[in-house]
Design a protein. Structure first.
Length: 292
């Protein structure tokens, strides 16, 4: 942790790979990156939901605009970038390949490829690279250094977050107050929000259960269960929602409602990473003080 450079950047992508392409001229099962969220934490501990991106335009291939928006979000400093699991690295490497293969006249192609290579590790037939800001994988840190019985053996952020919130009195005290979405912790999608809510047995409710349903006829649990592959199960809700937005006849008010729900869902994904970081930092500081 001492090697991490502030401000810290926490990012999460929502993506999909469908058999029937959304966009003319694209291939079946091609990677589509349609949404990201981005939180920052300063050296003094200031937390901000800094940026977000979502594509709502039917028929628009979003990947290159997605990378442009991400480059703008992360390009203001040299702070350490965090992801959770390999997904973000894989997606960016795939978009790099799409940029190289594209026949479009992309004026900033080289700049986008250079940016992707700066925060990823990968390789192809022509080169291998490890970026100067290669993202830190928080899931790998969980595997190496954090175990809790409440995760039931899972390293998914959807299991790690509730375990940490159940364990941490400091996080419970801090986030039981409606400080999220205020000047204290700025948010793009929440106002005066409390992330710590207890049920009748005083058990902390999983924050994902506090989110509104994306559609009236299917809830988050049902949508996540539609996708069973371990590497993408946690994104099942977003994938299903985006597919509906692209393939179905949807009114503008309904599309707006779905987009707002997706933005909240993705924002919680990056804030969950911030909460895990806060917990580790607090525990290490306590252990250091006791040792002294």
């Amino acid at each position: 942790m001492k090697s991490w450079i502030f401000p810290l950047h926490f990012i999460d992508f929502e993506t999909t790979m469908v058999a029937i392409p959304f966009h003319k001229g694209r291939r079946p099962y091609e990677q589509i990156a349609f949404q990201f969220s981005h939180h920052t934490v300063s050296k003094v501990g200031k937390i901000v939901h800094q940026d977000e991106y979502i594509n709502r335009t039917k028929g628009h291939f979003p990947n290159f605009d997605f990378v442009r928006a991400l480059k703008s979000a992360l390009g203001k400093d040299h702070g350490t970038v965090f992801r959770y699991a390999a997904h973000e690295n894989t997606v960016l490497c795939q978009i790099r390949g799409q940029l190289l293969d594209s026949k479009e006249d992309i004026s900033d192609r080289d700049e986008l490829i250079e940016f992707i290579e700066s925060i990823t590790a990968g390789g192809d037939s022509s080169k291998e690279w490890t970026g100067s800001r290669n993202m830190v994988d928080m899931c790998e840190l969980v595997k190496k250094y954090f175990y809790h019985p409440l995760t039931v053996g899972s390293n998914s952020i959807k299991k790690v977050l509730p375990a940490i919130l159940a364990e941490s009195k400091s996080l419970q005290d801090k986030y039981s107050k409606p400080i999220y979405g205020t000047n204290e912790i700025m948010s793009k999608n929440f106002k005066n929000w409390s992330w710590i809510v207890q049920d009748a047995t005083k058990k902390v409710i999983d924050p994902y259960k506090l989110l509104p349903p994306i559609f009236s006829d299917i809830d988050l649990d049902q949508m996540d269960s539609l996708v069973t592959d371990v590497s993408i199960a946690d994104g099942g809700a977003a994938m299903t929602s985006y597919s509906r937005m692209q393939f179905t006849q949807m009114s503008e008010p309904e599309s707006e409602s779905v987009a707002k729900a997706l933005l909240k869902y993705c924002e919680l994904d990056t804030f969950a990473m911030v909460l895990i970081f806060e917990y580790w930092k607090h525990e290490i500081e306590n252990a250091t003080q006791k040792a002294a």
